[in-house]
Design a protein around this ligand. Structure first.
Ligand SMILES: Cc1cc2nc3c(=O)[nH]c(=O)nc-3n(C[C@H](O)[C@H](O)[C@H](O)COP(=O)(O)O)c2cc1C
Length: 300
C-alpha cells in the first residue's frame, strides 16, 4: 500500500515495506518527512512543494520504500563496490596534471560517455541540475573555432589599448576577470597569437581532440558554481580513464560573446557559457606531483 498523499512533486512512502526507521527524517534537507506518532513516517503535505529531488531519502532508505517524483531507476542505483581508500584517491589526484600536449588520437565515445556519467555524480548548489554540457569529439569543429578565437583575442587586445573601450570592458566584467585579462591573458597573447598563426601551434585548445563546454540558463540558480564542480569531476574522470585534460578559461568568455562560436557549438541564446575542458590522450608521462601553496591556511 502506498501513502495516500497525492503529490505532483516530492516523495511517496510505500508503507507496506517502510519499517519506520526514520532515517528519511534525518537526511531530508527540507524536513518533508515527519513522525506520525504511531512509529510510522508521514509526509508533511505542505512541505512537498520544497522537495528538491535530491534523492537523499531514496539513497539512504534501508528498505527502498521511498520514491520521488522526477527520480527514476536511471537515477538511483545500488552501490556495489567499496569507495576507494584515501591513499588510492590521493595517488589519483597527485598524478593528475593539466595536460597541454596530446596525441593525435581521437577519444572513443565510450570513454566520453563514462566522463559524462561521472559528471552526473557531481554535487550541485540547488537540485535539479541546471547545467548542460556540450561534448565536442570532432577535432575539425574545434579547428573551425580557432581562427574565431584568435580573431576575438586580437580585437580584445586592441580594445584594451583604447581608453574608452577599456573603461567599458572594465565596467562590464568582474575586477578579478579584468585583472587576469589585463595582466596575463592579453599581454601573453601578443606573442601567442602570432606564434599560433606562424607555426600552427595551438596555444588555446592545445591540439586536444575533444572538448566539453559547460553552460546553463542565465537565470538558473547556481549554474555558474555548478559548472566548475562538474568540470573538476570531468578532469578527474578523464585522468582515471588514462586520458589527459585541462580546464580552459580562454574559451567560455569568447564563446559567450561571439555569435559565430555560439552557433558553431550550438549554445542556446539564453545560456551562459561558464567553463570548458579539453581532453585527449596525453603525449607525455608525468614523473612528479606538485603541491600548490594555498594563499593561506587558517585554523580557528
Ligand atoms: C577553471 C580553470 C581554467 C583553466 N584555464 C586554462 C587555460 O585557459 N589554459 C591553460 O593552459 N590552462 C588552464 N588551466 C589549467 C591551470 O593553469 C592549471 O590547473 C594550473 O597550471 C595548475 O596545474 P595542474 O592542473 O597541472 O596542477 C585552467 C584550470 C582551471 C581549473
Amino acid at each position: 500500500m502506498t501513502d495516500q498523499t497525492i503529490t505532483t512533486k516530492g516523495p511517496t512512502i510505500d508503507t507496506a515495506t517502510c519499517d519506520g526507521c526514520a532515517i528519511c527524517i534525518e537526511v531530508c534537507p527540507t524536513h518533508i518527512f515527519i513522525p506520525n506518532g504511531k512509529d510510522e513516517i508521514a509526509i508533511h503535505p505542505e512541505r512537498t512543494a520544497f522537495c528538491m529531488a535530491c534523492g537523499h531519502c531514496m539513497a539512504y532508505c534501508p528498505s527502498g520504500s521511498i520514491s520521488v517524483v522526477g527520480l527514476s531507476a536511471d537515477h538511483i542505483f545500488d552501490l556495489t563496490r567499496s569507495p576507494v581508500d584515501f591513499e588510492a584517491l590521493s595517488d589519483l589526484l597527485a598524478s593528475r596534471r593539466s595536460v597541454r600536449v596530446y596525441k593525435d588520437k581521437p577519444v572513443p565515445r565510450e570513454l566520453l560517455e563514462q566522463i559524462v556519467s561521472t559528471i552526473t555524480l557531481a554535487p550541485m548548489g540547488f537540485t535539479p541540475h541546471k547545467l548542460e554540457i556540450t561534448v565536442v569529439d570532432d577535432r575539425a569543429i574545434i579547428e573551425q573555432a580557432l581562427p574565431l578565437l584568435v580573431d576575438f583575442y586580437e580585437k580584445l587586445g586592441k580594445w584594451l589599448a583604447n581608453p574608452f573601450m577599456r573603461r567599458m570592458i572594465k565596467r562590464r566584467i568582474s575586477q578579478s576577470k579584468f585583472e587576469a585579462l589585463d595582466t596575463h591573458v592579453i599581454p601573453s597573447m601578443t606573442y601567442r597569437l602570432p606564434m599560433m598563426k606562424a607555426t600552427g601551434i595551438d596555444t588555446i585548445t592545445r591540439g586536444a581532440p575533444a572538448m566539453i563546454l559547460f553552460h546553463g540558463r542565465y537565470d538558473a540558480a547556481y549554474h555558474y558554481e555548478d559548472s566548475f564542480i562538474a568540470l573538476t569531476y570531468g578532469l578527474i574522470a578523464a585522468h582515471a580513464l588514462g586520458l589527459g585534460a585541462s580546464g580552459i578559461s580562454l574559451i567560455p568568455p569568447i564563446v559567450e560573446k561571439s555569435p559565430e562560436l555560439r552557433e558553431l557549438f550550438h549554445i542556446p541564446p539564453d545560456h551562459e557559457v561558464c567553463s570548458c575542458m579539453v581532453l585527449g590522450y596525453p603525449k607525455l608521462k608525468v614523473k612528479r606531483g606538485i603541491h600548490r601553496d594555498l594563499a593561506g591556511v587558517n585554523w580557528l
